[in-house]
Design a protein around this ligand. Structure first.
Ligand code: GLU
Length: 477
């Protein structure tokens, strides 16, 4: 069944995936990859991609983080079909605005007796966990408040104790589901303690709102981090109790740093913002993340549409993926070298000296682009092209000396007559010296740039201020 979006007129196949970040920090590469995979899964099947902001934990959620998440996702090109700024009948897409909906479902669970108030304090719970651990058992809620009578509950309430709401996990059940990545999963309900679905402050807890929102937003497939695998049976129990449909879940491996620990700030840049600010291109990140944990026969830098066509949950690996910045740089290099002149200028603009003029800026960017992976690689060339005459190293001094003063006098005269025109300079030096090939070019390159290697000389010279080539050549005449 196809559904039409009333604002864009786009039609979608029935079904949706989603990305559901908690705005408690910056968009980390691991979460960016989760978003990408859900986006591609949706696009592959022509389904909707939903963005839901899981901001029920008021103490940890920040509006600034939400802004950051939206900016990063948009920058990566992961456009959502429904979510913040694209509200529709299934919203709102901020969990903090869905309290009335959750309250209805809490009431329904209370009516069924599927939940109960729990008055245990954090301290009591911690003591119980410690005791269980020290006797070699996995900690789970011991059921202290499970069978309180109404009058006991009343007494605790009038003593001013705040209650959480716990889900009463049915005993003796086996909960099975087929994970899109890990295959058949089986859990025993007896291993799962009753868990909190509403915090003492009245806000809905993760297990609950995450599950019921997927159901109410029409989400049919969820790819998320492996750290959520053990949450899934709890969420399936909630949905079952409410008679709501469960999505198919796929749990994707973590991204590890080079030392084998989960990728984090300790490994240097780990957030999308940091990579963006260092000048990484979105298409480089997207192409790299696509290959991180998703095997692919495609080795080219591909657009999101092509990646969506190639995306296949069957290709998601179970083993953790290792982040390797060198690999990211390979994609970055491919992305940088594909930039149009205009894009390259916008990308390198912040490095250029003020007031150099459009022509010089364009020539500079065109010249250095093939030698640049990140904007920082262009920095030394800004200095070389626009700054003071660069000093030569011993090798450069020798090569320049061997070419001789007549060589440079002729070259400088040509520059004086024709400006920073490499053709005229080379022709004059050739005629004066009879040199050719490297013998002709290397002394000129050293004199003009201070180095024996680098970007093509002709566009570099075009970027230089008037008289610059002449002054640099005349130093050796
Ligand atoms: N807000 C949760 C998180 O960021 C979402 C988990 C999920 O995708 O189900 O970890």
């Amino acid at each position: 069944m196809a559904e039409m979006d009333s604002t864009t007129g786009r039609t979608f196949a029935h079904g949706a995936t989603r990305f559901a970040p908690s705005p408690t920090g910056e968009l980390h590469l691991g979460n960016a990859r989760t978003a990408l995979f859900n986006f591609l899964l949706a696009r592959h099947a022509g389904e909707r991609f939903v963005l839901r902001v899981e901001d029920t934990d008021a103490s940890r959620s920040r509006a600034a983080h939400t802004e950051g998440l939206l900016t990063d996702l948009a920058w990566l090109g992961l456009e959502w079909d429904a979510g913040p700024g694209r509200e529709d009948a299934l919203g709102p897409y901020f969990q903090s605005q869905r309290g009335a909906f959750y309250a209805r479902l809490f009431a329904e669970l209370e009516r069924q007796g599927a939940v109960y108030p729990c008055f245990c304090s954090a301290l009591e719970l911690e003591a119980s966990r410690r005791a269980q651990r020290s006797s070699g058992r996995a900690p789970r809620y011991p059921g202290t408040c499970r069978e309180l009578t109404e009058s006991e509950r009343g007494r605790k309430r009038s003593a001013g104790l705040a209650a959480t709401l716990r889900f009463r996990v049915p005993g003796g059940r086996r909960i099975e589901f087929t994970d899109l990545v890990h295959g058949t999963q089986s859990f025993l309900s007896d291993d799962i303690g009753d868990f909190v679905i509403r915090r003492a402050d009245g806000s809905a807890a993760f297990f609950f709102c995450n599950a019921v929102d997927d159901a109410s937003m029409g989400v049919t497939q969820v790819l998320r981090g492996e750290d959520h695998l053990a949450n899934t049976p709890r969420q399936l129990l909630i949905l079952e109790a409410l008679g709501l449909p469960a999505p198919r879940y796929g749990h994707i491996s973590l991204i590890l740093g080079p030392d084998g620990a989960p990728l984090s700030k300790r490994h240097g840049a780990a957030s999308v913002r940091e990579f963006r600010e260092r000048g990484y291109r979105p298409e480089a990140l997207v192409n790299y993340l696509f290959r991180l944990g998703h095997s692919s026969p495609e080795h080219d830098l591909l657009g999101l549409d092509v990646l969506a066509g190639a995306f296949d949950v069957g290709r998601l690996g179970r083993a953790p993926a290792h982040f390797d910045e060198q690999q990211l740089r390979v994609w970055q290099k491919a992305a940088a070298h594909r930039l149009s002149g205009e894009q390259a200028r916008a990308w390198l603009e912040p490095l250029l000296p003020a007031g150099i003029g459009a022509e010089a800026a364009g020539a500079f960017c065109a010249a250095v682009l093939p030698n640049v992976v990140l904007p920082e690689d262009a920095k030394p060339w800004v200095e070389i092209v626009f700054g003071a005459a660069p000093a030569l190293d011993a090798e450069g001094e020798q090569i320049v000396r061997e070419a001789g003063s007549a060589f440079f006098a002729a070259a400088a005269r040509a520059a004086s007559a024709n400006g920073n025109d490499l053709g005229a300079i080379v022709a004059a030096a050739r005629t004066a010296s009879g040199r050719k090939g490297a013998q002709l070019y290397r002394p000129l390159r050293f004199a003009l740039t201070g180095l024996g290697h680098g970007p093509e000389l002709a566009p570099l010279l075009q970027a230089m201020p008037a008289g610059q080539a002449e002054r640099r050549l005349a130093r050796f005449a």
